[in-house]
Design a protein around this ligand. Sequence first.
Ligand code: FAD
Ligand code: PYC
Length: 416
Amino acid sequence: MNRYSIFSLARNAVNYHKDWEKAWRSPDPRPTYDAVIVGAGGHGLATAYYLAKEHRMTNIAVLEKGWLGGGNTGRNTTIIRSNYLQDESIAIYELARSLYEDLSQELNYNTMFSPRGVMMMCQTEHELRAFKRTAHANRLAGLDCRMIDRAEVKRLCPIINDSPRARYPILGAYYQPRGGTGRHDAVAWGYARGADDLGVDIIQNCEVTGITREGDTVTGVQTSKGYIKTNKIAVVAAGNTSAIVEMAGVGLPVESVCLQALVSEPIKPVIDCVVMANTVHGYMSQSDKGELVIGGGADGYNNYSQRGAFTSLEHTVTALVETFPIISRLRMMRIWGGIVDMTGDRSPIISMTDVKGLYVNCGWGTGGFKSIPGSGFVFADTIANDRPHPIAEPFGLNRFLEGRLIDESVAAAVAH
Ligand code: FAD
Ligand code: PYC
């Protein structure tokens, strides 16, 4: 610790954290912007940051109905990996994963990327075959990954139940060594501060309630803080995206369901990798505070309430106790839910629409934390240049009309 930080620590200790510099401004909305982004989750904030940084579009606003990062971005279990099956998906998820490697330096903000390794358990012959196929596809695309056997699973994760008599015994696992976790709030805060520094207005407590059009072109948004004129509206509102673009007369093939997670009381380090056990519907890692971070499958019905069914959590905990018997006496501290936006092929939508100036980025479902940097980068390029970025192009809305689905129902990993 240098002299400056000792003085600053002492000063902050005696002034009770008063007069700290704000990380971003709280501006009132201007009457007109060159572009408006709806939703200050990770995807909306990253889009704003790259629009300003890469495309010099700084007269832009991010409108958020609550507080920034308060949606799924602040509710997820922070797993980062790029082991999807289809080439189009590998391209965007690996772009994102590789951007995560240097994100702390890029934003000068510690996003705590921790490439601690992600293991996806194979507990049936079918799962083993499916993950071998994924591993081959991933290696062909240049990803660093491999299949590992039961002994290596046990070596990497000693607390796992590797008994051959288990209901679903471990037959092996898919392993991505440079997958891992990041700090979800820090990703949102880092992008927010970076975008604000470049001149972007982030306006919280500002709900978009309407979209105006002249003919086939957008002209502005109605909000709880008044009307704002703009010719470019990018909707990045996860489970609420379909309800918002409907205000402009556009329908989306997206369903909204609740995905829940929970954390245990903090304990000493017991697991230093991420384990996903998809057959039994449970996954687990350990946070820096020592809490075990646990999740499972999505609830089985549509929902906008951010509260889920207790039965899903019961099922998840049962699966996890079976996989990690040592956690059976731990107390669970907190549970929560987020509304995730599911498409039929479990792939996202990054798209222009039939309405000129209206862009959508949603459908990340249970897996969009890992994609935030890549998604923001290609979506900003799409908005700035009014044509799809090559990596975004396959994820356009027209794929549903043309039957070019990008089936990721297995790689999405979480049951839904
Ligand atoms: P959000 O962060 O939800 O942001 C959208 C914002 O839009 C919200 O802040 C909302 O308030 C705002 N908004 C909505 N309507 C309006 C309106 N009318 N006006 C203004 N603003 C509006 N992904 C992973 O990759 N790895 C994981 O381990 C993982 N675990 C998960 C665990 C859980 C429990 C959940 C719920 C999700 C998980 N996900 C995971 C998925 C991931 O969290 C999401 O895909 C991702 O955070 C979506 O980010 P976003 O920016 O699109 O949406
Ligand atoms: O996409 O890896 C993922 C994930 C894990 C938990 C929820 N989503």
